[in-house]
Design a protein around this ligand. Structure first.
Ligand SMILES: [Zn+2]
Length: 174
C-alpha cells in the first residue's frame, strides 16, 4: 500500500514512525503557484527556503506533504507555550487550544485569529482525483503560505490537524 492510497482511518491510525520515512507525497498546492489574487507577505525561491528548511521540512511546508503519524516530537508534548510557523515564525497556535487526541498529530480547536488561512485540498491522498470527493480543508500560514495541516473531524471533534514538522514550539517560561 502506498501512502497515496491509505484511507483516512489508516492515516489517523497509523503508528508508523517516521525516522527514515518520507512524508506523504505533496499535493498540487505548492504555494507560489496558487496564490491567485492574494500575495503572501513572504516570497522565497526554493533555494532560499532550503537555507532554513531541510528537504523533509520543505516537502511538508512548501509542497503540502503530510508527515507520518507520531513522527514529530510535538504530537504528545502538551507543555504550555506558543506554536509558530516554521517557515516565517508567525504565531499560529497556542497550547491553550490543544486538543488531546492520541492520533499522532498536533490538534488544536482554533488558530490565532487571522494568522491561518484555509483552502480546499483536492490533491490530498484521500481525494478522488478531479472529482473533489474526499477533498479536505487545508490550513496554511497567512504570512508565508506554508502548509500547516488540515481542518477535519476526528472522533466527532472539529479540529486543526497540524504537522508538528510545520511548527516551531516555544514553551512558556516556568
Ligand atoms: Zn509562515
Amino acid at each position: 500500500m502506498t501512502p497515496k492510497h491509505q484511507t483516512r482511518r489508516a492515516f489517523l491510525g497509523s503508528t508508523a514512525l517516521a525516522g527514515a520515512a518520507l512524508p506523504f507525497a505533496g499535493t498540487a498546492l505548492a504555494r507560489p503557484d496558487r496564490t491567485g489574487d492574494f500575495v503572501y507577505e513572504i516570497q522565497r525561491t526554493k533555494e532560499e527556503w532550503l537555507e532554513t528548511l531541510s528537504e523533509y521540512e520543505y516537502a511538508i511546508l512548501r509542497d503540502a506533504g503530510t508527515e507520518w503519524a507520531k513522527s514529530s516530537d510535538l504530537w504528545d508534548d502538551y507543555r504550555a507555550g506558543e506554536f509558530h510557523c516554521k517557515g516565517c515564525d508567525l504565531h499560529v497556535y497556542s497550547s491553550e487550544w490543544r486538543v488531546e487526541l492520541n492520533k499522532g498529530y498536533v490538534f488544536f480547536s482554533q488558530s490565532t485569529p487571522t494568522h491561518v488561512l484555509m483552502d480546499i485540498d483536492r490533491g490530498s491522498p484521500y481525494s478522488m482525483s478531479g472529482t473533489g470527493e474526499g477533498a479536505m480543508i487545508e490550513a496554511h500560514c497567512r504570512r508565508c503560505g506554508s502548509h500547516l495541516g488540515h481542518i477535519l473531524t476526528v472522533d466527532g471533534i472539529l479540529v486543526h490537524c497540524i504537522n508538528g514538522t510545520s511548527l516551531k514550539f516555544e514553551p512558556s517560561a516556568t
